[in-house]
Design a protein around this ligand. Structure first.
Ligand code: GDP
Ligand code: MN
Length: 359
């Protein structure tokens, strides 16, 4: 095939050769947003950013999820903003509300006494984290797909993608991709790590021999045997991948191993008696069950979700990918996270599957 002929006087065609403009994504993939009707404006902003930076070249479908029906206005406006197909799905009640075995009195006591914890007093937030930990990937519409890209209202992608991230993950044998990683609030997860430790003790066969436990524990271990790596006396260091951006293979979450991991955590009640976030739950699951080389750090996209900004460190990347961000700014609104003391990226570069590009 010949390269597309460019009209020498057309600025637009030089930037966007016709061939690239008409490319359609070939992966079995979808963009997914869980949100409320009241978040329509923010949902449209995120859609516009992702369509402009990536999806208008690929036209992957969007799946919207909600525990109440989407309004006509929501359906109409999001459909107009998308470049491809759009689905609006209702989450079944049993996938959203607390499981039957949760003690209502104990849950209410926890909600009433958790005002000092971020989102601690919101039942809806606990349902959301529980859903994002163990139920989103079982929604009927998502069963049609192998890959998903999680999107939230009011986020921004700072650079042109210039490639298909689903294809990149598939062809490099990855299961999961993240941008931001930093520390979780300890008071949201008092018993999460002890629960994970007993899960690991009871299921040593599920721990991947080339896991990322060194990334998420403080314990620095040079032993070769993966059994010895089970950190019976070490602590979770609170590092997690920020799950509001994730591009991943749904089959990881649908695997028997992740299912056993989620069920074990769920039965302990921590999603409701404490305020476990889906981010540490995903991260710990990925870290123990996957080969660390199956986790990818997208360092060339740039991402903003209040209050943190991640921006590619390489000036060459920023220029050629038309990024609108600076990796180090003194801006108070968009705090640069990757150079922050709470960032776990240096730890990922040292212990995770990441290799830092030299620039
Ligand atoms: P934060 O990112 O931790 O500050 O929490 P968000 O408020 O952004 O919630 C995370 C995601 O879940 C976003 O996509 C929200 O739109 C969505 N979400 C949160 N609570 C609810 C809820 O009660 N119902 C629905 N349908 N979506 C929710
Ligand atoms: Mn959010």
């Amino acid at each position: 095939k010949h390269a597309p002929k460019l009209a020498s006087n057309s600025y637009l065609d030089v930037k966007y050769p016709k061939g690239a403009r008409q490319q359609i994504g070939k992966e079995n993939a979808t963009l997914v947003m869980l949100c409320r009707n009241s978040e329509l404006e923010g949902a449209l902003k995120s859609m516009r950013s992702l369509e402009d930076r990536f999806n208008r070249h690929y036209k992957y479908p969007w799946v919207f999820l909600n525990e109440v029906p989407f309004s006509d206005e929501f359906i109409e406006k999001t459909t107009l903003m998308a470049s491809g197909k759009v689905y609006h799905e209702l989450i079944p009640e049993e996938d959203w509300e607390a499981p039957k075995f949760i003690n209502e009195t104990k849950l209410q006591e926890s909600l009433d006494s958790s005002h000092h914890i971020i989102y601690g007093s919101y039942r809806s937030y606990r349902n959301m984290c529980h859903f994002n930990s163990g139920y989103f990937y079982r929604q009927k519409r998502l069963l049609d797909y192998e890959w998903y890209f999680r999107v939230e209202p009011d986020v921004e992608y700072m650079c042109d993608f210039q490639y298909d991230p689903f294809e990149l993950l598939r062809t490099t044998n990855k299961m999961y991709g993240f941008i931001v990683t930093f520390l979780e609030y300890e008071n949201t997860i008092p018993t999460l790590w002890p629960t994970v430790e007993s899960f690991m003790k009871e299921n040593p066969d599920l721990i991947h021999p080339n896991n990322s436990l060194d990334f998420i524990t403080t314990h620095e271990n040079s032993l070769n045997s993966y059994i010895d790596l089970i950190p019976s006396s070490s602590d979770y260091n609170l590092c997690h991948f920020w799950s509001n951006f994730e591009i991943a293979n749904l089959n990881f979450f649908r695997s028997e191993a992740y299912g056993r991991y989620f069920d074990y955590l769920d039965k302990s009640g921590g999603f409701y008696y404490e305020r476990w976030g889906d981010a540490p739950v995903h991260t710990i699951g990925l870290s123990i069950l996957l080969d660390k080389n199956q986790i990818h750090h997208f360092e060339d996209i740039g991402y903003y979700h209040a209050p943190y900004l991640s921006c590619p460190g390489s000036g060459e990347v920023r220029a050629s990918k038309r990024c609108i961000c600076e990796p180090r700014t003194s801006e108070k609104i968009k705090k640069p996270i990757d150079v922050d003391v709470y960032s776990c990226l240096p730890r990922w570069w040292k212990y995770g599957g990441g290799k830092r590009f030299l620039n």
